[in-house]
Design a protein around this ligand. Structure first.
Ligand code: NDP
Ligand code: DGY
Length: 330
């Protein structure tokens, strides 16, 4: 009956999302949308109440979807669609156990995130925020031969941790800057992906030792959590630059702080931290050689709009029992 169909399409959206995405849901026949219509994250209690009895959940990377949320949702929950390519916020084992399908947003944010990764790398190695600050503060007195010097990409070795969609897009963009050699690491060699850059698969330790620039573009998993630690930074050259646009927890931040403060490495650029937001009194923010951005990798208007439409279409397809545009294989 119509009543059953309507119930079959009840969805909870955990945030205000780009209008194009919400429109897809609200125009779908029989889809009843409930939304936490705010720029700020849904409070845990509201999330638990909001998911109760829902069939579809459209969530963000800031929502931890664990057993508690799944229990609160109950047995009607059939589809989770996340507005992200990362899925470390989802308890996939619990989700799989309950037969819930998951949609996510690969590919559509690759270019924007790779572009931001390059911007962050250049900001860190050429000291852009520090230099711009000198102009404002009166630190710019005259042209000086050794003032505000940094490190360039020409003839450099770039190490990519995780040569996936974004890692490859970063390498593709960095190559024309005159990079001499690409190294990469991951769960195994990917000759078909590496060929374009002549990239060499190496163990993590060798990547740390030989790279002038390290760019982290892997997923956060139990294997990658805390992977960039004291041992890793200790192997890097004093002139090398570290960039992370994956997830903050891949890095041991205390170890990174010590490496930056002691001059063990030259500089770092982070788009992701733990926690997010990073407290404004965090020690990393006191360092001149650390550029920190507020997780804006995919933040272009066009990309966010496309992500929202994709997330909405994933959700609807899942609810209708159809193939999703991008379903995560569980
Ligand atoms: P992909 O799945 O295409 O790439 C992930 C890569 O991680 C794979 O190449 C994989 O390599 C690698 N990886 C997995 N395990 C390890 C390991 N133990 N050591 C080294 N590498 C490993 O995902 P995307 O490129 O689309 O996205 C990557 C991540 O970027 C997302 O998971 C997300 O966390 C983050 N992201 C951040 C954004 C931001 O705003 N800053 C925006 C978008 C994404 P292998 O296949 O060999 O296992
Ligand atoms: C993701 O999609 O995982 C990013 O972190 C935000 O776009």
């Amino acid at each position: 009956s119509a009543r059953v169909a309507a119930a079959a399409m009840s969805v909870f959206v955990t945030r205000r999302i780009p209008a194009e995405g919400l429109q897809v849901l609200s125009q779908a026949s029989g889809c009843r949308v409930q939304q936490w219509d705010s720029e700020e994250p849904v409070p845990r209690a509201e999330l638990l109440a909001g998911v109760a009895g829902t069939r579809g959940l459209l969530c963000l990377l800031s929502d931890r979807i664990d057993r508690e949320v799944l229990d609160a949702a109950g047995p009607d929950l059939k589809v989770i669609s996340t507005l992200s390519v990362g899925f470390d916020h989802l308890a996939l084992d619990e989700i799989k156990k309950r037969g819930i399908r998951v949609g996510y947003t690969p590919d559509v944010l690759t270019d924007a995130t790779a572009e931001l990764s390059v911007a962050l790398l250049l900001s860190a190695c050429r000291r852009l925020p520090e230099a711009a600050e000198q102009v404002k503060s009166g630190g710019w007195t005259t042209w000086k031969p050794l003032w505000m010097c940094g490190y360039g990409l020409s003839d450099s070795t770039v190490g990519i941790i995780g040569l996936g969609r974004i890692g490859q897009a970063v390498a593709r963009r960095l190559k024309p800057f005159g990079v001499r050699k690409f190294l990469y690491t991951g769960s195994g060699p990917k000759p078909e992906n590496a060929a374009e850059f002549g990239a060499e698969f190496v163990p993590l330790k060798r990547l740390a030792e030989e790279s002038d620039f390290v760019v982290v573009t892997c997923a956060l998993t139990p294997a990658t959590q805390g992977m960039c630690n004291k041992d890793f930074f200790g192997r890097m050259k004093k002139t090398s630059v570290f960039v992370n646009t994956s997830r903050g927890a891949v890095v041991n931040q205390e170890d990174l702080y010590n490496a930056l403060a002691s001059g063990q490495i030259a500089a770092a650029g982070l788009d992701v931290t733990t926690p997010e937001p990073l407290p404004t009194d965090h020690p990393l923010l006191s360092l001149k050689n650390c550029v920190i951005l507020p997780h804006i990798g995919s933040a272009t208007y066009a990309t966010r709009s496309t992500m929202a439409v994709l997330a909405a279409n994933n959700l609807l397809a899942g609810l209708r029992g159809e193939p999703m545009p991008h379903e995560l294989k569980l």
